[in-house]
Design a protein around this ligand. Structure first.
Ligand SMILES: O=C(O)CCC(=O)C(=O)O
Ligand SMILES: [Fe+2]
Length: 181
């Protein structure tokens, strides 16, 4: 929550609004177990996606790497620093910032010898909040790039979609000509 509010402050948006949006928000945890595979190049641990969340905090519990992110259009394997957590920008923060923060596309490769265990904590707005660009940063100078919808609808739409690249975010985009899709 604090992190999300600080990131919002950096956008010069009203932090109080973000605080209200996230207060008592939906939080979830995903624990993923990646069994070793002798031919890791033939399998994927998790297919490429961006998280639908505001932010995600990842704890790579047993120190086995595997996370990859897209940076400057290319896949980059990550090494977690010992005892460090990784913080990912999710789709909601990209929408809220009207595209200033970019949600990170990521995937996970499996290890040929070792199992991998990771725990992801997903921080989201409250169910009755609205997901959309912060109203105080959009205007004629910075037209909204994303649609607005209630968090409940956003979650329903997300689960109705295949987890594939940044498809969730594409869904939220407003047409280039400014028309709502
Ligand atoms: O295993 C990881 O490090 C990442 C897992 C992940 O991307 C997710 O649960 O959304
Ligand atoms: Fe993820």
């Amino acid at each position: 929550m604090k992190l999300m509010v600080l990131m919002a402050k950096a956008l010069k948006t009203e932090a109080k609004k973000v605080e209200e949006m996230m207060d008592d928000g939906m939080q979830s945890v995903r624990i993923t177990y990646y069994p070793p595979c002798p031919r890791p190049e033939l399998v994927v641990g998790i297919t490429p996606h961006s998280d639908a969340s505001g932010i995600t905090i990842l704890n790579q519990v047993n120190g086995v790497d595997g996370l990859k992110i897209v940076k400057d259009g290319a896949w980059l394997p990550l090494t977690f620093l010992p005892h460090a957590l990784v913080v990912n920008v999710g789709d909601i923060l990209e929408v809220l910032s009207n595209g200033l923060y970019k949600s990170v596309e990521h995937s996970v490769a499996v290890n040929s010898e070792k199992e991998r265990i990771a725990v992801g904590f997903f921080f989201n707005p409250r169910f009755d909040a609205e997901v959309g660009p912060a109203t105080d940063i959009v205007g004629p100078e910075n037209p909204a790039k994303f649609k607005r919808k209630g968090m409940e609808q956003y979650v329903k739409d997300y689960f109705a979609m295949k987890m594939e690249g940044r498809s969730n975010l594409e869904h939220m985009k407003i047409d280039n000509d400014g028309c709502r899709q």
